[in-house]
Design a protein around this ligand. Structure first.
Ligand SMILES: C[S@@+](CC[C@H](N)C(=O)[O-])C[C@H]1O[C@@H](n2cnc3c(N)ncnc32)[C@H](O)[C@@H]1O
Length: 210
């Protein structure tokens, strides 16, 4: 019962006491994972960069600092209205200047033109997607040929939560997501173990060949 409640809030935080607690947990626990996803994306100053399921917005903040050229653009999508509002507040100046655009929408249906994004990153997000192939196909659609996608996760923690039924089904398994990426036209799909600041985590990479 509690596991289902926690899983629902992790996958789609709502404006409530439980959602607020989850937002505090995400902010306290996931900064290193978010910052590593940004770093591993090899963002160039003039890139167009997209974060999926940005939650409170820590990764967006880190990515925005790297987009120093006038052409550099940052886009975020999250289907939680609460997280969309929290990130909009956190990045309000960059949103007002047009550097950052945040969409309150599903990863599987993004209001973005095809082949327009250089880099995509996300953390702790794909395990909540009901249809991995649909999500991966949509990411591939919006990415430029040769664009890089990176996701970071702490596999041990995710597997532990899945065993407690916090994550529904089997979509949390990296192999399931990597298979969906390959089926959607990505190449060089691979997972790596990484150690940073005493934190060990995994990164999945994929290149959008078209
Ligand atoms: C566990 S939180 C992770 C937030 C942040 N990336 C982090 O690591 O702290 C998952 C986030 O992904 C969002 N999310 C999950 N599935 C999504 C989907 N299909 N489309 C858009 N956002 C989604 C949720 O609303 C939530 O903000």
């Amino acid at each position: 019962m509690w596991a289902e409640k926690v899983g629902k809030q992790l996958g789609h935080p709502t404006r409530s006491v439980a959602g607020w607690l989850i937002s505090k947990l995400l902010t306290a626990r996931n900064r290193v994972l978010e910052e590593n996803a940004v770093q591993l994306s090899k963002i160039q100053p003039g890139d167009t960069v997209l974060e999926l399921g940005h939650g409170p917005g820590l990764g967006l903040q880190a990515a925005a600092k790297l987009l120093t050229e006038p052409t550099g653009r940052l886009i975020g999508v999250d289907y939680s209205e609460y997280m969309h509002q929290m990130a909009s507040e956190r990045l309000k100046e960059l949103v007002a200047s047009g550097k950052v655009t945040l969409h309150h929408c599903d990863v599987a249906a993004m209001p973005l033109a095809e082949s327009t994004v250089d880099k995509v990153f996300h953390c702790n997000c794909y395990y909540f997607w009901p249809d991995l192939k649909k999500g991966a196909t949509e990411i591939h659609r919006v990415m430029k040929p040769g664009g890089l996608m990176v996701t970071t996760l702490r596999l041990f923690h995710v597997a532990t939560m899945a065993a407690k039924q916090v994550m529904p089904g089997e979509n949390w398994q990296p192999e399931a997501y990597m298979a969906a990426l390959r089926d959607s036209g990505f190449s060089d799909v691979r997972m790596e173990d990484i150690q940073d600041k005493k934190l060990s985590f995994q990164a999945i990479y994929a290149t959008a060949w078209k």
